[in-house]
Design a protein around this ligand. Structure first.
Ligand SMILES: Cc1ncc(COP(=O)(O)O)c(C=O)c1O
Length: 410
């Protein structure tokens, strides 16, 4: 085949199962009628009438921005008011007592790109849970890093600390620094949130490595869904106050889900360390990568968040509007979970968030079976992901039984 691609780019392609499944559902909707089709694949919150949720206060602020706030360039690091707002939005009342700084990025994706680029060497291995958001792997492979995972749950269905430490040991036998990505709370795709006890054990284990040579951890906490995870979901952030010098924590903040500005591509990476020089370096090297990769971030989205966080009344308004979405998702997940239990359908421990996951042996075949009934779900490596963020509530009753039947047949 005639190819111009450099060796590291050869053979790559951006096929995306999720977008493909959404397209297939839309096509079926056009053919059989939208109400006959269950589209269980999108990664956005949809109202029961199928319309995308756009938080009304966010929409109002966004649409009333003056032209200069829409078309102008923004500073490379992000608008200063936005950086303050992103930190407040991420931490709320649980800001750790440590040095912390934010750098604006194109969504959480941009933050993850910079982290892998700047905190691992080419050829290094980056670690995350086996159930994970697919682009983690693409980001690593695109940047010529290796990608490793550990089984997320043990046989008792608990977060698999042993699997995590075994994998850390294996990787640290070959490299000195490790980027570990944990997506919590409201993990994509299982809906799991690390518990207080999980966090204590993870941090204690990471601290154990402190004494062993010059090993360093970049603990990446992907909080893309944090605003859908309930009041207490930020408590763990206080634990980042007392990290030892070998751990740099980086939160990846996103305006996509929490502020329904998915396509506007605004996020931030927030570095947390007890050491000022670590955070100064964080600011410098990541701004440099922003400049060299996408330059600056969507100004209108940044100004929208900055405006919200300049007035506590607006924050409360957005929170209470979002709470309606949370209640809707909880209702859908609640119906599905109860019916799954009744049908004997195994599910991973769903706590909150946009998705839930059903483990099964042949997800591809099970999904094709479901498609015969016009149910379109995403087949993952070892299970089926259902978007409770997007399935209209009236379509949920009966769904667990149909999934159980599709799995049973195979
Ligand atoms: C787990 C997870 N992390 C990060 C992101 C990043 O989203 P964005 O780049 O739109 O902020 C997503 C989006 O779907 C996600 O599911």
């Amino acid at each position: 085949m005639l190819s111009f691609a450099a060796s590291h780019a050869k053979g790559k392609s951006a096929a995306d199962k999720i977008f493909d499944t959404v397209m297939a559902a839309n096509k079926a909707g056009a053919k059989y009628g939208k109400d006959k089709v269950v589209n269980a694949a999108p990664g956005t919150f949809l109202q029961d009438d199928g319309q995308i949720g756009f938080l009304p206060t966010v929409e109002k602020i966004y649409r009333s921005l003056p032209p200069g706030e829409i078309v102008s360039y923004a500073p490379i690091a992000g608008i200063p008011d936005y950086l303050d707002a992103a930190m407040t939005a991420a931490f709320r009342e649980y800001r750790p007592e440590a040095y912390a700084k934010a750098v604006a990025t194109v969504g959480g994706t941009g933050a993850l790109h910079n982290i892998v680029n700047n905190y691992s060497e080419i050829g290094d291995t980056v670690l995350t849970t086996e159930w994970c958001w697919g682009p983690y792997r693409s980001i690593c492979e695109d940047l010529q890093r290796k990608f490793a995972t550990f089984a997320m749950f043990d046989e008792a269905g608990l977060f698999n600390i042993q699997g995590l430490t075994a994998k850390i040991d294996e990787i640290l036998a070959k490299q000195e620094r490790l980027v570990l990505i944990l997506n919590t709370p409201a993990h994509n795709p299982t809906g799991y949130s690390l518990s207080e006890a999980d966090w204590n054990t993870i941090l204690a284990k990471l601290k154990e490595y402190t004494g062993r040579g010059r090993r360093q951890f970049i603990l990446v906490i992907d909080i893309a869904y944090i605003d859908y995870a309930g009041q207490d979901s930020r408590q763990f952030l206080k634990k980042l106050s007392a990290l030892p010098e070998n751990i740099l924590a980086v939160l990846t903040f996103s305006m996509s889900k929490g502020y329904t500005l998915y396509g506007q591509r605004a996020g931030a990476m927030i570095g947390v360390s007890r050491f000022r020089e670590v955070i100064e370096e964080f600011d410098n090297i990541n701004q440099y990568s922003c400049r060299a990769t996408w330059s600056n971030v969507n100004r209108a989205a940044m100004r929208t968040l900055a405006t919200i966080y300049q007035e506590s009344g607006l924050v409360q308004q957005v929170d209470s509007e979002r709470q309606q979405y949370v209640l809707k998702i909880n209702e859908r997940a609640g119906i599905f979970t109860a019916e799954a239990q009744a049908a004997g359908l195994e599910m991973y421990p769903y706590k909150a968030g946009f998705f839930l996951t059903i483990p099964c042996i042949d997800p591809g075949r099970s999904c094709r079976k479901l498609e015969e009934e016009l149910i379109f779900a995403v087949a993952l490596g070892k299970g089926i992901r259902l978007s409770v963020c997007a399935i209209p509530t009236p379509q949920i009753p009966g769904l667990a039984g149909k999934v159980a039947a599709a799995i049973c047949e195979i």
